[in-house]
Design a binder for this molecule. Structure first.
Ligand code: SDX
Length: 379
């Protein structure tokens, strides 16, 4: 029998050297390439943050203008990709449509030679540029509407809003969406990033890498939690129910969505920024009851679970912000993917720089040297 120590969930096991981002989970610190995420969320834009993650340094003015031009130029998707989206069931989850469309992109664009830096960069641009178009197109198609063409005169966040609603966002709403994209763009060795790195380590094409990461993000323990938070708040209904609901969840060992994190043992710094953003949105749109419920829940759970280091994570307030902007619940996780693609691609490029295929060990607990009984002799 093997003597290897098993670490369930690979807890505390390093799987790569990475210079993309850094978390100090005790001090609520998250940095992208050394810069605090709070600073980026207020000072930067998603395009600049993506460049920083991908290249390692902030762009010069010219570099950012060129990068932005390339992204704007590649927003359109092939009509056959639109046909593919039209052929999918309108009741299907948009994350599945996104995963299928991104996997299919690997058939439209030559990207198999991952030793070709120019081709890899073209894939990076296409993926970041086209994900919002795919998400918005599927959303329109499932409601029986034609997709809205991307507009080159709008930035990444503004154009996404335009393609969803055929309406330009106000500057305040545009800023909120942009900040949400920045906050979700990268987060060290999380499950979807690891999944992308594992797929990348086989030298698979980048569309396959990103579709693997998207698939991993769908689960309720990962990116899918933002939708479940709103279901949970819907179930609780009133502030008066919060304490009893939390007691029941703790007694029955129910997972409380939007709480807990493998690395953070204090409140996730992204949740803090999202809460501030939520309050900006509510100053215009009005304060929804779900926000008051969430704040009360955070207070009650701080008393009950705070000492165990179970605190709000990024998914706790993000859905409340998106809902206040009129975004349907099942688009919350696709928006996470539209942002995180920048981080996934940064890790993919990093993985390729010093690649070795991931091939871990297992602790075998099955039978050995078992006898094969021919079928005719079995009952
Ligand atoms: C994201 O990793 C990343 O970076 C992910 C992410 C990113 O940006 O990429 O930050 C995005 O995925 C945020 C997480 C979204 N998921 C949820 O909100 C779902 C609810 N939370 C969890 O199930 C859980 O906290 C995880 C999945 C986030 C972390 O899981 P771990 O590290 O494996 O922790 P665990 O499940 O083993 O919990 C340890 C203890 C257990 O108690 P004991 O058995 O030790 O007594 O803490 C308890 C758990 O029961 N616990 C919770 C809880 N989270 C942990 N109890 C109730 N509710 C919770 N949410």
């Amino acid at each position: 029998m093997s003597q290897i120590e098993l670490r369930p969930g690979l807890a505390d096991v390093p799987v790569a050297e990475s210079a993309v981002s850094y978390i100090d989970g005790k001090n609520a610190r998250l940095e992208y390439r050394g810069i605090a995420v709070e600073t980026l969320a207020t000072e930067s834009c998603f395009e600049e943050t993506s460049y920083l993650l991908l290249k390692g340094d902030l762009p010069t003015q010219k570099q950012l203008a060129d990068f932005d031009d390339q992204l704007r130029h590649h927003r359109r998707i092939k009509f056959r990709l639109v046909d593919l989206l039209k052929s999918l069931p309108e009741t299907g989850h948009p994350m599945y449509a996104l995963q299928a469309a991104v996997a299919a992109m690997g058939m439209f664009y030559p990207a198999r030679d991952v030793t070709n830096a120019q081709s890899n960069w073209e894939s990076v641009i296409r993926l970041i540029a086209k994900l919002p178009t795919v998400v918005a197109a599927f959303h329109r198609i499932r409601h029986g509407d034609e997709p809205i063409k991307p507009r080159d005169d709008l930035d990444h966040a503004g154009n996404f809003f335009w393609m969803l609603f055929e309406k330009e966002p106000s500057p305040a709403v545009r800023k909120v969406i942009d900040a949400c994209l920045i906050l979700h763009a990268e987060h060290t060795m999380n499950a979807s990033t690891f999944s992308g790195r594992v797929t990348g380590s086989t030298l698979a094409n980048p569309y396959t890498v990103i579709s693997a990461a998207i698939g991993t993000l769908t689960g309720p323990l990962h990116g899918g939690a933002n939708e479940e938070v709103l279901d949970m708040l819907g179930e609780i209904q009133t502030i008066g129910n919060v304490r009893a609901w939390c007691d029941d969840a703790i007694t029955n060992k129910k997972k409380i969505m939007g709480f807990g994190h493998r690395v953070y043992k204090v409140k996730d710094p992204r949740a803090t920024v999202l809460q501030t953003l939520a309050e900006c949105v509510f100053a215009d749109a009005g304060r929804p009851a779900s926000y008051d419920l969430a704040v009360e829940m955070e207070k009650v759970l701080a008393e009950k679970l705070g000492s165990k280091g179970i605190c709000p994570n990024v998914d706790f307030y993000s859905g409340i912000v998106y809902k206040a902007l009129g975004i349907p619940m099942d688009l919350f996780t696709p928006i996470f993917a539209i942002a995180r693609v920048a981080g996934w691609l940064s890790h993919w490029l990093e993985q390729l720089q010093n690649n070795r295929i991931y091939r871990p060990e297992q602790v075998y607990v099955g039978k050995t040297s078992a006898v094969y009984v021919p079928l005719a002799k079995r009952p």
